[in-house]
Design a protein around this ligand. Structure first.
Ligand SMILES: Cc1cc2nc3c(=O)[nH]c(=O)nc-3n(C[C@H](O)[C@H](O)[C@H](O)COP(=O)(O)O)c2cc1C
Length: 191
């Protein structure tokens, strides 16, 4: 399978793994496909790690619990293993190891160009489209912004999260409902 098939859309949501002094980290990240592959990384552990090592691995998975856990906290060490000496997620269907070259650094985010250096396709998963699964990812994006938002913006994000939760309740599986339970638990302090 070619990379262009794996990252077919304009932005593909993956879980990026990185490391710092041998300690692995995981966080959802969008891989931008525009005549090459790019990422825009806001202030985070992932940004610090990529700046230091010049590497990240894109883990392709649609596991909603992993997305929410990695977005709003740290994944436990048992979730990681090594591929070409670099941390990746055990549960991922595909690993792509990238070298990252910084293109621009502005106050809010840094942009990197990605060069694929290793690829492993472990499973080809076939699943029907499910609105509940997609809704978890939308809710998780808003949840990561909720932490920084204030006033009216925060109220708007809460409404959106509740809206996506209703889709999960209507269409999702037990895994999606568990992911939303975890999401609400993680954001409770800022709700
Ligand atoms: C589906 C999804 C996509 C995301 N895409 C990005 C992205 O492209 N760039 C970014 O900086 N943060 C993105 N985020 C937010 C980060 O994952 C989030 O800020 C995370 O807490 C960073 O964790 P870290 O400090 O461990 O690196 C995304 C979150 C979700 C749920």
């Amino acid at each position: 399978m070619r990379l262009s098939k794996i990252f077919e859309g304009k932005i593909s949501e993956v879980i990026a793994t990185t490391e710092r002094d041998g300690v692995p980290n995981a966080a959802p990240l969008g891989i931008i496909n525009e005549n090459g592959y790019y990422v825009r990384i806001f202030k985070s552990k992932t940004l610090e790690n990529v700046k230091r090592t010049g590497k990240l691995a894109a883990n392709i998975t649609d596991n909603p619990v992993l997305f929410v856990s990695a977005a709003l906290g740290d994944l436990e060490p048992r979730h990681f293993r090594r591929f070409w000496g670099f941390p990746v997620l055990r549960a991922a269907d595909v690993w792509v190891l990238f070298e990252c070259r910084v293109l621009s650094e502005i106050q809010v985010f840094s942009e990197f160009k990605l060069k694929p250096v290793a690829l492993k396709i472990r499973r080809r998963s076939v699943r029907a489209v499910n609105r509940g699964r997609n809704a978890v990812f939308e809710a998780a994006v808003h949840a990561t912004r909720l932490v920084l938002a204030r006033g009216e913006e925060r109220e708007e994000l809460k409404k959106l999260i509740d809206y996506y939760n209703r889709i999960v309740e209507k269409c999702g599986s037990a895994a999606e409902r568990e992911a939303m339970r975890l999401l609400y638990e993680k954001i409770a302090p800022v709700w």
